[in-house]
Design a protein around this ligand. Sequence first.
Ligand SMILES: NC(=O)c1ccc[n+]([C@@H]2O[C@H](COP(=O)([O-])OP(=O)(O)OC[C@H]3O[C@@H](n4cnc5c(N)ncnc54)[C@H](O)[C@@H]3O)[C@@H](O)[C@H]2O)c1
Length: 324
Amino acid sequence: MSQIERLANERVIVTGGAGFVGSNVVRRLLSIGASVVVLDDFYTGSEANLPSGHPDLEIVRGSVTDYDLVRKVVSGAGAVLHLAARNIIVSTRNPREDYEVNIGGTLNVLLAVREARVKRTVYSSSASVYGNPRYLPINEDDATNMLSPYAVSKFAGENYCKAFYESYGLSTAVVRYSNVYGEAQRPDNPYCGVIAKFFQSAMAGEAPRIHGDGEQTRDFTYVDDVVEATLLASVSEKAEGQVYNVGTGRETTINQLARTIIQVTGSNIEPEYIDRRDIDNIRRRVVNIEKIRRELRWVPSFTIEKGLRRTYEWLVEASKGASQ
Ligand SMILES: NC(=O)c1ccc[n+]([C@@H]2O[C@H](COP(=O)([O-])OP(=O)(O)OC[C@H]3O[C@@H](n4cnc5c(N)ncnc54)[C@H](O)[C@@H]3O)[C@@H](O)[C@H]2O)c1
């Protein structure tokens, strides 16, 4: 039995479970026989991301900012995976909304978890807390440097997890994702990441549009790997009170990414260069994944090429479904 299968008989709450990463977590949990409750306000999430009428899936439409609702949902849970959040674009536009959901919502989840004595809570954070790092690859205990309100709110959520662990003995773990991509990241969602956008352009025969010179780098992580890391953090004893980077340990430039997507889709186009955006203030990012490899025995199974091919297959299937 794999460690993750220990969740088979648990009631697991996934906040933000209708979103991109959350819906992949939900599908994996259902596949191992867990009973899953999704709490989502459908701000960016969609019912289309979730299986319909699954007997082990309950969907609660509501916000993590509603404390009474969070308490009700969390009661009786074996584990809570807290992914609900406003994304970086919303947060840059409206920092107050980001503060209320990403910080206030996280506090609500932790208060409810404490009351319900939930065995483990996993918080999905972001490598954006590192800002422009001084050294690469970035280790978990390197300096943080928040360059956006989103990074501030994600880091505040982390710190609340740590404070609840230290002050009340709550069993929390933090996973810091680095640029996730793959199935369920829909290009028609205005908040989707660069990979979904590049695919959308390439599949329409249009040039992918690169902000800046394209030499900025990221550590792109395929969603199935992120799901496994998150679930391992929810069952492993070693994860209690810990923070883990989740990435590939490989750096990819936006230019390389555009070229690979053009190749994978077989398009005959060249990228187009446009002005850089204010949310693109991080030049290089690649995370060190030794800690999670050593402690949770997690290793990414997708290279960028393999992940992009899988993503393309899903997009082709999804577009067939949409046109039927
Ligand atoms: N996608 C990435 O590259 C990435 C990178 C680092 C961290 N993360 C983190 O992973 C988590 C999931 O991100 P995602 O990419 O799946 O984004 P997403 O926007 O697809 O998912 C977020 C989900 O949370 C829901 N939500 C938002 N506000 C809510 C509220 N007030 N109450 C209840 N639900 C609410 C949304 O409707 C959506 O379903 C987030 O916490 C995000 O900060 C994502």
